[in-house]
Write a protein that binds this ligand. Structure first.
Ligand code: NAD
Length: 284
């Protein structure tokens, strides 16, 4: 059955590919972007987010089945935090009541990044998660003023905060409790206008390879990320909750290795046959 979806950043790259895919599947898509679309709004400002939410509610008549908060910037400037974190979270918060009103499998997903795995500026991440936009933007402005090398922390910090927000909120009454799966995707390098300059030269590609290893099939096309986003907001997704699903050609497994569960390890005093006689575990 045709669903009504909202996609931010729909004027370019991943958002454009997703809007095309969903329309081809027969769904209605309300595209939101600062450049052009059904709703033109600047998600980096509080006012712009309010306009975006109002515009979507007008266009949709107040019933929405899925929201994809995908718009983003990857520049070493403070505005990156305003769009990537506050733009996504504020927009989703604003549309959550309309999602909850849908009786047809409401879903939400954000476009995060494999950059969540890169070094971040922890005070900025905490200010974001505290919902303190003024403090976060003041820290972000300080980082920007220290030049592009330090400013490079802004993008991963915004995405780490976003993926943590998704995990923090997804299980709560207003999301899981209201029957709304909330998740993120974490792409590796995707061929879009955002990365065109970096991937155009040998030097740029070598620089990327040193921080974003992608042993499986190299760079992504926007359509490949769009397919995953489309599934996460589809009715088929009933139980994926609070995850950042890395679609990254392997950068997560290369960078984090095989044990992402060790936070849960507490020593349990057990002696098994493995320790004494057979070399095999006594039980599993
Ligand atoms: N391209 C990659 O390699 C890559 C990797 C990981 C994550 N991502 C994320 O994917 C998302 C989409 O990126 P893309 O690669 O398609 O880039 P893109 O530059 O092609 O598209 C981004 C879109 O967001 C819109 N946008 C930017 N600022 C906005 C604002 N203030 N208000 C409203 N719209 C705004 C732009 O106008 C543009 O249409 C971003 O969140 C990005 O961080 C991209």
């Amino acid at each position: 059955m045709a669903r009504t979806y909202v996609v931010t950043g729909a004027a370019s790259g991943i958002g454009q590919a997703l809007a095309t895919l969903l329309r081809r599947q027969g769904h209605r898509v309300i595209g939101v972007d600062v450049r052009s679309g059904d709703v033109v709004a600047d998600l980096s400002t509080r006012r712009g987010r309010e306009d975006a939410v109002d515009g979507v509610l007008d266009e949709s008549g107040g019933r929405i089945d899925g929201v994809v908060a995908n718009a983003g910037l990857a520049l070493p400037v403070a505005q990156t935090v305003a769009v990537n974190y506050f733009g996504a979270v504020g927009f989703l918060d604003g549309l959550r009541p309309a999602l909850a009103a849908s009786s047809r499998a409401p879903r939400a997903v954000v476009t995060s990044s494999m950059a969540t795995l890169m070094p971040v500026h922890p005070p900025l991440v905490e200010a974001c998660l505290d919902g303190d936009e003024d403090r976060a933007m003041s820290i972000a402005a300080d980082l920007e003023a220290m030049g592009p090398e330090v400013g490079a922390l802004l993008y991963p910090s915004s995405k780490r905060a976003l993926s943590r927000w998704v995990r923090r909120m997804a299980g709560r009454p207003q999301w899981a409790g209201a029957g709304i799966p909330l998740n993120a995707v974490g792409p590796g390098i995707v061929r879009t206008p955002m990365t065109a300059e970096m991937t155009a030269t040998e030097e740029g590609r070598a620089g990327l390879a040193s921080v974003v290893p992608m042993p499986l099939n190299g760079y992504l096309e926007a359509e490949q990320v769009a397919s995953l986003l489309a599934w996460l907001v589809s009715e088929e997704n009933t139980h994926v909750c609070g995850q950042t699903v890395y679609v990254d050609g392997g950068s997560d497994v290369v960078l984090r290795g095989d044990d992402v569960w060790s936070w849960h390890d507490t020593p349990v005093p057990v002696t098994t046959a493995h320790d004494t006689v057979t070399g095999q575990p006594a039980s599993v």
